[in-house]
Design a protein around this ligand. Structure first.
Ligand SMILES: CC(C)(COP(=O)(O)OP(=O)(O)OC[C@H]1O[C@@H](n2cnc3c(N)ncnc32)[C@H](O)[C@@H]1OP(=O)(O)O)[C@@H](O)C(=O)NCCC(=O)NCCS
Length: 241
């Protein structure tokens, strides 16, 4: 349940400096640089001014404490993540990128990331953008956890942002049903992930190891749960790395 004094609102141009400052504050507090790639003002401007996406802010007592950003990539854009999953052109037009979500440490664990992102995805769906894709570092449990809760699953392991390991996670309007035995792969076992994905498995959740503390970002004591997907491997896409 969200604190009633938290306000969720759309960002305006005059919020951008505070937004970038918040992003830097969050990044500086993280234990690993691999977890989170920081964007600058030039990235956000077209999202606001050319309607290429949406930025939602969480505000507490007139202070921005969190943000969720989605982008609507052009079908032919080289960075359209649907290309990673071999989407046909008709589906590339329906892609929405969950670009980024960041919450100040003292406001974490309240499902704020989920609220910001699900509201952003509702808006995207109104624009016909109903294929949600996100990149996530395989060691970022907090991020993967809220994305799983929103219905995204791991479809591919690739390299992004100058060579960083990133999962590609996907949500389609059709419910993804998985079955069979679960296979657990430790989060930083990249070869293990590649093997499962190449065998038609998808990542459907995470299992924290006994020693894991939920409230410590960067805690790597968890495994990704893989299961076999039932039916078509979603909308003409390939899960192979
Ligand atoms: C990832 C992030 C946005 C999640 O935001 P949130 O609003 O706390 O999300 P949720 O409340 O849904 O919690 C998500 C997970 O974080 C864990 N968590 C809870 N409190 C936490 C805290 N104080 N610090 C870190 N993680 C915490 C939760 O246990 C939950 O995992 P679980 O579902 O397995 O229990 C936030 O941790 C964050 O800003 N991280 C740094 C930036 C980042 O990595 N962003 C994602 C990449 S763009």
């Amino acid at each position: 349940m969200l604190d009633t004094s938290l306000i969720i609102r759309t960002a305006r141009e005059e919020d951008l400096d505070a937004l970038v400052a918040l992003e830097h504050t969050v990044a500086q507090g993280l234990p690993s640089r691999e977890m989170f790639v920081v964007d600058e003002r030039a990235f956000y401007e077209p999202l606001l001014m050319q309607n290429n996406g949406q930025i939602l802010l969480a505000e507490y007592e007139n202070r921005i404490v969190g943000a969720g950003i989605v982008a609507f990539p052009r079908a032919k854009a080289t960075d359209n993540l649907g290309k990673e999953l071999l989407f046909p052109l008709s589906l590339l037009e329906r892609v929405v990128h969950i670009e980024s979500v960041y919450i100040l440490p003292e406001f974490r664990g309240k499902k704020l990331a989920q609220v910001l992102t699900s509201r952003n995805l509702e808006l995207a769906a109104q624009y016909g953008r109903d294929r949600a894709l996100s990149t996530v570092w395989p060691g970022n449990a907090s991020s993967m956890s809220f994305l799983y809760e929103l219905g995204l699953t791991v479809r591919k392991l690739t390299r992004k942002y100058g060579g960083l390991d990133r999962f590609i996670m996907l949500r389609t309007p059709e419910k993804t049903v998985s079955s069979g035995e679960s296979v657990l792969i430790p989060c930083l076992d990249m070869d293990g992930h590649r093997k499962q994905l190449s065998q038609g498995m998808i990542g459907v959740g995470l299992l924290r190891h006994d020693e894991a503390k939920h409230d410590q970002p960067g805690n790597l004591a968890f495994s990704v749960i893989y299961r076999k997907v039932n039916g078509d491997l979603s909308c003409g896409s390939s899960a192979n790395a």
